[in-house]
Write a protein that binds this ligand. Structure first.
Ligand SMILES: Cc1cc2nc3c(=O)[nH]c(=O)nc-3n(C[C@H](O)[C@H](O)[C@H](O)COP(=O)(O)OP(=O)(O)OC[C@H]3O[C@@H](n4cnc5c(N)ncnc54)[C@H](O)[C@@H]3O)c2cc1C
Length: 384
């Protein structure tokens, strides 16, 4: 059996790693035009992991992600720089009930998320203003890690077990009797396959279209600002990632901070990855200066932009075989939470490609594409 994976970002690398863990692994070829991943979501991500989602599949995927990252040294031979700091999600009066419901669901799934009153938040984080805050929540197995180290470990491990990475761009499929027979390359090459994996991240919609499939995934460009603030070293040393009810997030990064928020409009040319410089002054700074008085004196040290693999229907991963083309497997659409879910999604997908070989794979049936076509999709609301 031969599996061709289109895209060598974190989803392609994780799928390759898990496929090559099987006792009788298939041949695996990963097609990736940009080996340094300079323009890929994986390397442009903020590297966060949280247990706080609104859907049980995502809480399970995060629990598995934390387990995997905690053992990266033994599993991958890599220190992925995992920091346990928590995500402090703040809710105003309008969001407080939904936050409490989400925390109850997360706890039922085994996550150690705590619901906090404004008084408890103020006592624990005295440098933070709770003005306008009705409730907050923070988890235990949450924080951030180094995306490049996770990717390196997965890729190196898969290669050591026989997976082949080729520097090329896929450009089409050869479809025979409703199945993918080969992946075509822009340089004229052709790769025979028994199964094809669509791990093209924000370009996954284009790849699916080669098989005549409409997949609602497009790039959604996000800007991340690198910030410094005088006299904030103690905050940087101890703060969790904070999500303000206004939709702005901030977390420590070294001696400074990184922060972001969704832009009001998408650029005309998303692939040029333009930084939305206006976002800091117009949205991020006013919110952060109100929330943390020491952030009144924040300064922008730099910024970058990267593409979310945005699922337009319900902002959640799309995982598994496509009923319209049963040997085409999607692993995409994670809408800003794909890095932390890559270990779980890659394992679950490998188990779908090789059914019956991995009974311990995470149960992520809720990410099946059928939900989108049946009209039964329910949005993941904890999108940051
Ligand atoms: C600014 C930002 C912050 C983020 N923060 C977080 C976070 O804190 N936590 C979290 O969990 N997630 C986060 N994410 C989301 C996460 O980075 C993505 O969900 C994840 O990296 C997606 O991985 P991927 O492999 O699907 O996509 P990518 O990393 O984009 O990889 C897809 C690959 O496919 C290749 N490709 C495309 N077309 C073709 C083709 N025709 N032929 C061959 N190869 C092709 C591309 O070159 C690319 O390398 C963030 C994303 C961004 C942009």
């Amino acid at each position: 059996m031969h599996v061709v994976i289109i895209g060598g970002g974190i989803m392609g690398a994780s799928t390759a790693w898990w496929l090559t863990r099987r006792p009788d692994p298939p041949g695996v070829t990963v097609v990736e035009p940009d080996p340094a991943l300079k323009r890929s979501a994986t390397m442009l991500s903020a590297g966060g992991i949280r247990q706080q989602f609104s859907k049980p599949d995502n809480v399970r995927a995060s629990a598995f992600g934390w387990w995997f990252l905690s053992r990266a040294r033994e599993l991958l031979g890599e220190d992925v720089g995992l920091r346990r700091r928590g995500y402090l999600i703040l809710a105003g009066p309008a969001e407080a009930d939904a936050l409490a419901r989400a925390v109850a669901m997360q706890r039922a799934e085994g996550a150690a998320t705590e619901l906090l009153t404004p008084g408890a938040i103020a006592a624990r984080f005295p440098w933070l203003s709770v003005a306008g805050v009705a409730a907050g929540a923070i988890g235990r197995d949450e924080g951030w890690f180094d995306p490049a180290a996770l990717h390196r470990g997965l890729k190196r491990g898969a290669q050591a077990a026989g997976a082949r990475w080729i520097r090329a761009e896929a450009s089409g499929f050869e479809v025979e009797a409703g199945r993918i027979g080969a992946v075509l390359l822009a340089d004229g090459g052709r790769l025979h396959c028994d199964a094809a994996v669509n791990a093209a991240g924000p370009r996954a919609g284009q790849v699916a279209a080669w098989a005549g499939i409409a997949l609602p995934v497009r790039p959604d460009i996000r800007t991340v600002f690198h910030l410094t603030a005088p006299d904030s070293a103690a905050i940087a040393a101890a703060a969790p990632l904070i999500v303000d009810p206004a939709g702005v997030w901030v977390r420590p990064e070294g001696a400074g901070f990184i922060a972001g928020a969704a832009s009001a409009r998408q650029p005309d040319d998303p692939w040029s990855l333009p930084v939305d410089w206006n976002l800091f002054e117009a949205r991020i700074w006013p919110v952060l200066a109100r929330r943390v008085p020491a952030f009144e004196r924040l300064r922008v040290a730099g910024a970058w932009a990267g593409p979310y693999d945005w699922n337009e229907v319900d902002q959640d991963g799309i995982l598994g075989a496509d009923p319209a083309c049963p040997n085409l497997f999607h692993i995409t659409g994670f809408s800003g939470h794909g890095l932390q879910h890559a270990p779980a999604a890659g394992r679950a997908l490998a188990a779908m490609i090789l059914p019956g070989t991995d009974p311990g794979a995470p149960e992520l049936a809720g990410l099946d594409i059928a939900r989108l076509r049946a009209g039964s999709a329910r949005a993941e609301t904890a999108i940051i």
